[in-house]
Design a protein around this ligand. Structure first.
Ligand code: SF4
Length: 217
């Protein structure tokens, strides 16, 4: 391991320990009872808040309790159920196509495999990482807008790094067994502390060593 990799690892550990100390109970805030419901909720959660997803999913899960039912959903009916959240038209289309593919290619069962998950409509790397990690308790580290922002600000990656680079950097530095908890701790840290508009820098335990804070004193 070269010196810069080691320094990076130490910084990642420092960030993670701080995030975990501030948010020891960080976890998934989407409501679900099984992997199918989790998958639907995560697909719906793109560019919208978890509470707004949790408001619409009870009706969706009741009307479409499994992929078979969702695959036969009327687009307009599903749209009406989720129209309070962003991008509802695209999400409704994706959900029905997602369910059709699950029924056709996977016997109606959500696949465990990360690469197979990504073949499904509406499922990108972030969603697949959440499904394997939260749904199947397998190694996965999703990089959403909060994890990306925190990693850039603290200086783990450059300011223009993309989510894939952040995912690889964090995964390389951490043991597989830590990936799921790291995702939730960093997500909570970004969602509730190092927020997009008003990061709590004055009270932040990392403010003496944070690149963003140095550049925005
Ligand atoms: S000092 Fe500010 S920008 Fe840096 S990690 Fe803490 S809250 Fe975020």
């Amino acid at each position: 391991m070269n010196n810069s990799t080691k320094v990076k690892e130490i910084r990642i550990r420092r960030l993670l320990v701080t995030a975990k100390s501030l948010f020891p109970n960080a976890g998934c805030e989407l409501d679900f009872k099984n992997v199918y419901e989790l998958s639907v909720a995560v697909i719906l959660s793109a560019q919208t808040t978890d509470p707004s997803v949790n408001k619409v999913t009870p009706e969706v899960f009741k009307a479409y309790p499994d992929p078979d039912h969702l695959a036969q959903a009327e687009l307009v009916s599903l749209e009406n159920m989720i129209k309070t959240i962003g991008l509802y038209h695209t999400k409704a289309k994706h959900l029905i196509e997602f369910a059709k593919e699950v029924v056709k290619n996977f016997d109606g069962e959500i696949p465990h495999d990360f690469d197979q998950l990504q073949t499904l409509p509406g499922v990108g790397r972030k969603t697949a990482n959440v499904i394997v990690s939260v749904g199947f308790n397998q190694p996965g580290l999703a990089v959403d807008t909060h994890v990306l922002r925190v990693s850039q600000r603290f200086g783990i990656v450059s300011n223009d790094a993309d989510p894939l680079l952040v995912e690889k950097t964090l995964k390389n530095a951490l043991d597989e067994s830590e990936w799921g908890d790291a995702h939730h701790a960093l997500l909570f840290f970004g969602r509730y502390h190092c927020t997009a508009r008003k990061p709590k820098c004055e009270s932040c335990p990392l403010n003496q060593e944070c690149r963003y804070k140095k550049m925005n004193p």
